[in-house]
Design a protein around this ligand. Structure first.
Ligand SMILES: Nc1ncnc2c1ncn2[C@@H]1O[C@H](COP(=O)(O)OP(=O)(O)OP(=O)(O)O)[C@@H](O)[C@H]1O
Length: 265
């Protein structure tokens, strides 16, 4: 597919070294990557390879020490001020003393949206994650999967074009995770958002993504970028198809190649 529009996220020679009491920690090394509007991009790599750090750089929560990155054609800082993205964390991180609706409206409240608009947006976001009617419940009244959907609703409520998701389903059992993966694909299809998704799971990355970014152990480098050939419509049993298994194989090879690099240096 020929893409003519500029990328939504573009990293060039991106480097990030943390300064710590124990010395420098080189987290990202020479990352080059373009992400276009409407893509679903997964980041996969061993623990500590810099996946979260890369997401945090996009979100302006960390500053690179080398190279450049643009988000929505501007700096991450400006993109943050423009509310260009929603962020979904590993844990649902809902306030237990607030209802689901009040959790979703909290960022909107801080942004100064009027009360009626806050409620309308919360309702719409809850519908997008199939949680209509649960707004008045408290987090503890919902299952783990529902809580994570509520946290996705919170990230969707201000309708940003970019959704950053850091292992949102990592702590859930496989059946729930399968279901949420299916729902997330439908949501992505309906909203045409650009999604950056961190995962440790090869099947999850292959099932969800249009593009899979394979990273090496620290310092995180991009060892492979795989454009998926799977159709947009993906029933769960697509995971048994030869095409799916081929892509999964290539991801596995990319992860192995990264490890070999680590052993060689
Ligand atoms: N604020 C920080 N200060 C110092 N080192 C940090 C900081 N944040 C992350 N690191 C280090 O940078 C490296 C990359 O961390 P990061 O959390 O991005 O990895 P990850 O690939 O997301 O790991 P995981 O899959 O385990 O979540 C790790 O070695 C981590 O310890």
């Amino acid at each position: 597919m020929r893409v003519t529009t500029p990328p939504v996220i573009s990293a060039q020679n991106l480097d990030l070294t943390f300064t710590t009491n124990d010395g420098p920690v080189h987290a990202l090394s020479d990352v080059n990557l373009d992400i276009h509007k409407g893509e679903f991009v997964s980041f996969i790599g061993p623990s500590g390879c810099g996946k979260t750090t890369f997401l945090r750089v996009i979100a302006d929560l960390e500053s690179p020490t080398g190279g450049t990155i643009t988000v929505d054609g501007t700096t991450p800082h400006q993109a943050r001020l423009n509310r260009a993205y929603g962020y979904v964390f590993q844990a649902a991180a809902l306030y237990p003393w607030r209802t689901i609706e009040a959790n979703i409206t909290l960022p909107l409240e801080i942004m100064g949206f009027a009360k009626t608009e806050q409620r309308e947006r919360a309702e719409k976001a809850l519908a997008l994650v199939d949680l209509e009617g649960f707004g008045k419940k408290f987090p503890w009244q919902l299952s783990g999967g529902m809580q994570q959907r509520a946290s996705i609703a919170r990230a969707l409520a201000f309708d940003a074009d970019i959704l950053l998701m850091d292992e949102p389903f990592g702590a859930l059992d496989e059946i729930v995770r399968d279901h949420l993966n299916e729902q997330l694909l439908k949501l992505w299809d309906r909203t045409n958002k650009t999604i950056c998704f961190v995962t440790h799971s090869i099947p999850e990355a292959v099932y969800l993504s249009t593009k899979i970014v394979v990273m090496s152990p620290r310092p995180g480098r991009v060892t492979d970028v795989i454009e998926s050939t799977l159709p947009k419509e993906r029933p769960l049993d697509i995971r048994e198809s030869p095409e799916f298994l081929d892509i999964a194989h290539r991801v596995r090879e990319g992860l192995r190649a990264g490890h070999a690099y680590e052993e060689a240096v």
